[in-house]
Design a protein around this ligand. Structure first.
Ligand SMILES: *Cc1c(COP(=O)(O)O)cnc(C)c1O
Ligand SMILES: [Zn+2]
Length: 398
């Protein structure tokens, strides 16, 4: 197979994540028409596609062109997102007697979080499908990323964000020229405003899992983890779950790479851990059987703004990943996150988002509980930079 063919998108169709009904991948789609639930992208993974088809000279997530949904490279809206480093946390590992502790640093993405991956993909596809403007309810980072990619694409951008979000998130949206609506409440209240403000559907709503392509951007973290670890995988991946696109996306990538033969049959898939904030942990509550689902869950704000998602649309998909991977779900308090931020800063020189610190604290608790063992290879996902959260943690460096 030659390199040209391998750089052509293998996207074939979309399917409803609940009932499987196929949907066209060549028209603008939102949620599924049948169940009003997330649509997932299907690729032709049976035709041979060698790992040599990865565009190794492209130091962004776009190196995996063939398994991404964009048909025409000219529609790519990129700020250099993805292919973030996996850092060896030797100092922290030394202190806690761990054999292999690594962190994929998504804080190094454009706009300072992994939301860049999803929004780069969603805005690129929106451009390809002729969309003129986008709208999003956000806890902060997704709105900033959407505003940046819309600016680059020349599209109108409308962002609805909780009023209590640190000023740095709002300010950056203004700089990109977005229209920002401040809402009293959490992201679900922002979503209610978006539904009303965009009742005529003039703008594309790029809410988590309400269009099929943000998750395709997020899944590139899974491809990168495999490639960067030389096609082996860690024993455990800890992920800070809000809406869950990263968790679902990384698992989707692992399944695709198995089908492609990029991961050998004997490579064991990692146990996936969803980490949430104690003040908003709907997935933990459902996973532990304390509620049937998150439909009525009421969350409170947390310093990890990205985790304040009380009623995630992708709840069932996240639960599937936890069960299939034999993972678990755990919640971390805000005070513990600050402690984790201090440790990562002092010992590793990393100023991570509270979400990333939560993941480290979850690892510590799972080690103490014996669920994680010190000899296992542990990968922490730091999903964002701490910079924009300064107002949440200022002066708490100890
Ligand atoms: C949005 C966000 C999350 C949660 O991501 P989901 O894809 O919604 O699960 C975690 N960390 C940070 C920094 C975020 O911005
Ligand atoms: Zn359906």
């Amino acid at each position: 197979m030659n390199a040209i063919l391998e750089s052509v998108s293998r996207l074939q169709a979309l399917h409803c994540s609940v009932c499987g009904t196929p949907h066209s991948a060549f028209a603008l789609q939102r949620v599924s028409a049948c169940c009003q639930m997330p649509l997932l992208a299907d690729y032709d993974l049976h035709e041979p596609l060698s790992r040599a088809g990865i565009r190794a000279t492209d130091g962004t997530m776009w190196r995996y062109r063939a398994v991404l949904p964009l048909f025409n490279d000219e529609n790519q809206v990129s700020l250099g997102e993805g292919f973030t480093p996996i850092l060896d946390l030797k100092n922290l590992a030394g202190r806690y007697n761990l054999q292999a502790l690594v962190l994929k640093d998504e804080g190094q993405n454009p706009t300072g979080s992994f939301k860049a991956r999803g929004l780069s993909m969603a805005i690129s596809k929106a451009k390809e499908l002729g969309v003129q403007g986008c709208i999003i309810p956000t806890a902060g980072n997704a709105g900033v990323a959407m505003a940046a990619y819309c600016a680059k694409a020349g599209m109108r951008a409308v962002v609805a964000m909780p009023r209590h979000t640190p000023q740095a998130f709002k300010e950056e949206c203004y700089w990109y020229g977005a229209e920002v609506q401040l809402i009293d409440g959490l992201i679900n209240d922002c979503a209610a405003w978006v539904r009303q403000a965009n009742a005529d559907g003039e703008l594309l709503d790029v809410s988590t899992l309400k269009e099929p392509y943000r998750i395709e951007g997020k899944k590139t973290m899974g491809y990168e983890i495999a490639e960067q670890l030389n096609w082996q995988l860690p024993d455990v991946i800890l992920y800070p779950a809000g809406g869950g696109t990263g968790l679902i996306g990384i698992w989707k990538a692992f399944r695709e790479m198995k089908a492609l033969g990029w991961l050998a049959a004997d490579v064991k898939l990692p146990r996936m851990v969803a980490v949430q904030a104690a003040s908003c942990c709907p997935l933990v509550e459902t996973y532990r059987g304390r509620q049937a689902n998150a439909h009525q869950y009421v969350g409170r704000p947390t310093i990890a703004n990205g985790l304040a998602v009380p009623r995630p649309l992708g709840e069932l998909l996240m639960l599937d990943v936890l069960r299939e991977s034999e993972g678990t779900a755990i919640s971390i308090t805000d005070a513990e996150m600050v402690e984790g931020m201090r440790e990562l800063a002092r010992l590793e020189g990393l100023f991570v988002a509270p979400e990333g610190a939560a993941v480290w604290m979850a690892a510590r608790q799972l080690l103490a509980a014996g669920w994680l063992r010190p000899e296992e290879q542990i990968l922490l996902l730091n999903t964002g930079s701490g910079q924009k959260y300064m107002a949440n943690v200022e002066g708490q460096h100890g």
